[in-house]
Design a protein around this ligand. Structure first.
Ligand SMILES: [Zn+2]
Length: 338
């Protein structure tokens, strides 16, 4: 089955009142982990790649792995999404390659580090929407600025420095026509999000609810939404790792978000932790082993477990066969008619 637009997956999620996890990949094992988790839980799937991932794996390897995934798991509605596109050109290259959804993150300048102006963000995002919708491809924008590191993206900014302003979010959507909107509500990228367990107050959930009230038809996106579970940290540290104590976004806060318009939930760190813990364990317990399969297989299995758990917690499990997939050409026709 061909890759499908993210817009359709999120529209269906809105109808069903559930969220869809978007999981980052760099290699074959991570794609396989997501597909196996989707099959096991009967979930639609969003696979996303950052600019760093595209350069690490090289575009063509990544794209053809995704085509293999679509071939081998024909029952799963599958989206290939660009995470944090930093410019119109980056988004264009992803669309040309075959991504079915792109994020234009105009909240930062093309350097991916310094906060941009509202005008720049609107202008760049609107250009991407025009180009993407002509091909039926979905666009996610961002308003407000997330903190932390994601392949260096937004590095050094604190999670609370640029929380999204609801009135500005409303104007942004009106001016750009984005399908989905990433908002900043105090989360940040990477493992070190919070020094203690955050509450709904720390996370500005009230802000999220207000944005959803103003934009009931826009799919909201939570970035930096790994939960950084203690047990995954413990495995790494038990087998020679050195993680400092840290807290992520509690799953119950994400579920509150999902009840209030969040349709896409980005998770990367939890999978990184699961993979690293599994590999460390093999190295520590059986240092005589040297076949990469001996540690990549448990690593893949550990990531699959985390992804399957999130798919269940976000509510997407069981929704794999709910709808017939709409081809991109038909999505393009609908955008043109709207
Ligand atoms: Zn992000």
């Amino acid at each position: 089955m061909p890759l499908v637009s993210m817009r359709q997956l999120l529209d269906e999620a809105a109808k069903g009142g559930y969220g869809v996890g978007a999981f980052n990949v760099n290699n074959m094992e991570q794609i396989q982990a997501i597909m196996e988790a989707a099959r096991e839980t009967k979930s639609p799937a969003i696979v996303q790649a950052s600019r760093g991932a595209r350069s690490y794996s090289q575009d063509n390897f990544l794209y053809h792995l995704m085509l293999a995934a679509a071939e081998l798991y024909p029952e799963i509605p599958l989206v290939l999404h660009l995470d944090h596109g930093n410019s119109v050109e980056t988004c264009k290259s992803a669309i040309d390659l075959g991504f079915t959804s792109v994020m234009m993150d105009g909240s930062l300048n093309p350097d991916g580090k310094t906060p941009s102006t509202f005008e720049y963000n609107v202008e760049a995002t609107r250009k991407v929407v025009e180009m993407a919708h002509a091909k039926g491809v979905t666009v996610e924008g961002e308003i407000g600025v997330l903190g932390g590191i994601e392949d260096g993206h937004g590095a050094g900014l604190s999670g609370l420095s640029h929380v999204t302003d609801p009135a500005q979010a409303e104007e942004f959507v009106k001016l750009t026509g984005v399908d989905a909107l990433a908002i900043a509500i105090g989360t940040s990228h990477g493992a070190y999000k919070f020094a203690q367990k955050p509450t709904g107050e720390t996370l500005k959930m009230g802000r999220l609810i207000e944005i959803h009230e103003r934009l009931p038809h826009t799919h909201l996106v939570m970035h930096g939404s790994s939960s950084v579970p203690q047990d995954l940290q413990d495995i790494i540290n038990k087998y020679g790792g050195k993680l400092r104590p840290t807290f992520g976004v509690p799953v119950e806060e994400i579920q509150l978000g999902i009840r209030n318009g969040v349709r896409k939930v980005n998770v990367d760190t939890d999978n990184r932790l699961a993979i690293t813990g599994a590999i460390r364990k093999v190295f520590f317990e059986t240092p005589e082993k040297f076949d990469p399969r001996d540690y990549l297989k448990p690593a893949r299995e550990a990531m699959k477990k985390v992804v399957a758990q999130r798919m269940t917690q976000f509510g997407q499990a069981g929704h794999v066969g709910d709808y017939a997939q709409i081809p991109l050409a038909e999505m393009a026709r609908r955008y043109a008619a709207a």
